[in-house]
Design a protein around this ligand. Structure first.
Ligand SMILES: C[S@@+](CC[C@H](N)C(=O)[O-])C[C@H]1O[C@@H](n2cnc3c(N)ncnc32)[C@H](O)[C@@H]1O
Length: 401
């Protein structure tokens, strides 16, 4: 990979050329049109208060607005993630595109991709952000991009149908307007949060619903307004939390905290552990009452909870018991073996169920290719099919060949 010495390079044109080269090397940019868009847009003009190096950094975001707790509610997304999503979108000259979540720079890339015959509309729920985006777009010469102040939950019906809808805030669900606002051959690219993990998923239409073409892990600020996340989170004790977006999962903080003080049960699956993101997806969709266990560094350091919970780990939860995944080195399984830690009166039962899933993954799905996501709008079937996650406007499923 080309090493870039930023200390001696302060010319934005040089930084931009370096960024495009590095994005190609890191598989962010894969096509010539996206490369040309990234080479054309003066990215730093959309982050006028940020150091040039930050504006052109591949993986860092530029803060734009924070909430009263100091958490980001608007950022200029990282260049690598923008490139990945634009490649997923497959935008072509002449298309009509809606971006939900504004900032300016991504809308400028979109305008480059659709060209003079195409149309780009960008909508944001926040008046400060949309004013800022308008000003940056005008300053950089992208006066044709339309800016709209509204909750993107209802789309922007005035310009519909769109060939592409690109969402740039983490969405908990897919509201009907995003599907009905697409042309028949339209595509929706959305960072969709399923059981606590967000993936940028490119969906094409599939009868009344959607089917995925590609997906990639992504991190985004959360969607606000009508579509804000429906998640429950309880603190068991300082540094340990359990979170779920499944209404059927019981979250009794006191009983689960008590469970953590009972002796741990360790169960090893005998199955290989790797590709954690895919395994995690399989687990969250297959566990009968899925949640995520999160533990802070010092809690892990004290040995109360395994390191797998540092960034959140799929957990199987009952009223008074909890089980979650761990791993250990094992040459017989090709490096690592997956296992389960369980606590509470029902630990045996939970550990058995969890370990069975770990074995099923290794036997039937591991290293057999990516999953296919489907979104089926409308009332959920009862009972909910195995491997489906209930959302407000429909269900999400994922399956492996
Ligand atoms: C990551 S920023 C967008 C980055 C931007 N696309 C860029 O060019 O870098 C996410 C934006 O989504 C906006 N947002 C959050 N919820 C929204 C909603 N319901 N409708 C429209 N915009 C929303 C936020 O105000 C924020 O500005």
């Amino acid at each position: 990979m080309t090493a870039i010495d930023h200390s001696s390079v302060r010319d934005p044109n040089v930084l931009r050329a370096d960024m495009v080269r590095a994005l190609r090397e890191q598989d962010g940019i894969k096509s010539e049109p996206v490369a040309a868009a990234f080479a054309a847009v003066p990215r730093h003009r959309f982050a006028p208060d940020a150091p040039l190096e930050l504006a052109y950094d591949l993986h860092r975001t530029v803060p734009v607005k924070k909430d009263e707790h100091g958490l980001d509610i608007s950022v200029m997304s990282a260049a690598h993630l923008q490139a990945v999503m634009l490649e997923q979108a497959g935008v072509e000259p002449g298309m009509k595109v809606l971006e939900i979540g504004s900032g300016g720079v991504n809308a400028a890339y979109l305008q480059e991709l659709v060209g003079p015959e195409g149309e780009v509309t960008t909508v944001d729920i926040d008046g400060d952000i949309i004013d800022r985006a308008r000003q940056c777009l005008d300053d950089a010469g992208y006066t044709k991009v339309k800016t709209v102040l509204a909750d993107g939950e209802t789309g922007v019906p005035d310009g519909a149908p769109y060939d592409r809808v690109i969402v740039t805030a983490a969405a908990w669900d897919i509201p009907p307007s995003w599907i009905s606002g697409l042309t028949k051959t339209g595509r929706l690219v959305v960072p969709l949060t399923v059981c606590g993990t967000t993936r940028s998923i490119a969906f094409d239409r599939d009868r009344d619903g959607l089917i995925s073409r590609s997906y990639s892990l992504a991190h985004f600020v959360p969607m606000q307004g009508e579509g804000a996340a429906e998640e429950r989170k309880v603190m068991l004790r300082e540094g340990v939390a359990v979170q779920t977006d499944d209404v059927r999962v019981p979250l009794n903080a006191q009983a689960l905290n008590h469970a953590l003080d009972t002796p741990r049960l360790e169960r090893w699956s005998g199955a290989a552990y790797d590709l954690p993101d895919e395994l995690e997806l399989f687990l969250t969709l297959s566990l009968p009452s899925p949640a995520r266990l999160h533990a802070a560094k010092d809690v892990v350091g004290r040995g109360l909870v395994e390191a797998s919970a540092l960034y959140g780990v799929p957990a199987l939860v009952r009223e008074d018991s909890i089980a979650y995944r761990t791993r250990r080195a094992n040459d017989d399984t090709g490096g690592f073996e997956s296992g389960v830690i369980a606590h509470g009166p029902q630990a045996e039962d939970l550990a058995d169920q969890y370990a069975d899933l770990l074995r099923r993954w290794a036997k039937d799905h591991r290293r057999r290719g990516a999953a296919t996501f489907r979104y089926l709008p409308g009332p959920a079937p009862s009972p909910l099919p195995q491997g489906a996650v209930l959302k407000r406007h429909g269900i999400v499923t994922a399956s492996w060949n």
